[in-house]
Design a protein around this ligand. Structure first.
Ligand code: AMP
Length: 215
């Protein structure tokens, strides 16, 4: 099964991706995670992306498309498909993705559109904490770790993303509305869009996803 997770920052794409990846044995490709890892390693790609990521702007399509094409071509054969998280983010990226998949003889099965309001996004992202070790996601108020700033699962330190501050969050939300929201129509026209109410708990969001996928 080949899926795309679409929705504003803070919609719960990362959280749902973790669950779906394990449950359906999918390759999880998050462009945000890849960029952050390249930035940490200070690679050429990381250096190019840094300024955009830190201000909440989109990294140019050319960089992103090449990066994702390479990963799609290298998915291990024992995976049952892929899960794109944070890509595509513009109509141009969606068109490029169609071409890449066409060339590979693959296609998308569904685009899961996680719908949330600005108020929910702001509340979720200003409190979001992430584990440096395993990437598990917590929230200061709604899902605090048992021990302050320490991951319950692997014991590594938790951190707050540098772009999870109110000014950059607003910028990312505006960029989403202008550049990514047109993808809702793009995938609706192709009968791939599945709309999910993502203002509820992660468990309830997941239940809706399983239901729309007919699993
Ligand atoms: P995310 O982790 O998905 O919230 O992405 C964090 C940041 O990485 C975004 O604010 C962008 O600067 C950059 N980014 C991630 N995915 C893309 C993409 N598909 N196209 C352009 N920029 C991206």
């Amino acid at each position: 099964m080949n899926l795309v997770l679409l929705g504003p920052p803070g919609a719960g794409k990362g959280t749902q991706a973790e669950i779906l990846r394990d449950r359906l044995s999918l390759e999880h490709l998050s462009t945000g995670d890849i960029l952050r890892s390249e930035m940490k390693k200070e690679t050429e790609l990381g250096k190019k992306a840094k300024e955009y990521v830190e201000s909440g702007k989109l990294v140019p399509d050319k960089i992103i498309v090449g990066m994702i094409a390479e990963r799609l071509a290298n998915i291990s054969p024992d995976k049952k498909g892929f899960l794109l998280d944070g890509f595509p983010r513009t109509v141009a990226q969606a068109e490029e993705l169609d071409k890449i998949l066409d060339d590979m003889g693959k296609k998308l099965d569904a685009v899961l559109y996680l719908r949330v309001s600005w108020e929910v996004v702001k509340e979720r992202l200003t409190g979001r904490l992430i584990c440096r070790g395993c990437g598990a996601i917590y929230h200061k108020k709604n899902k605090p770790p048992k021990k302050d700033m320490v991951c319950d699962i692997c014991g590594e330190e938790l951190y707050q993303r540098s772009d999870d501050n109110e000014i950059v969050i607003k910028n990312r939300f505006d960029v989403y509305n202008e550049q990514t929201a047109p993808l809702i129509e793009y995938y609706k026209e192709r009968s791939l869009l599945k709309e999910i109410n993502s203002e509820v708990s992660a468990e309830d969001t997941y239940t809706q996803i399983i239901s729309v996928l007919g699993l």
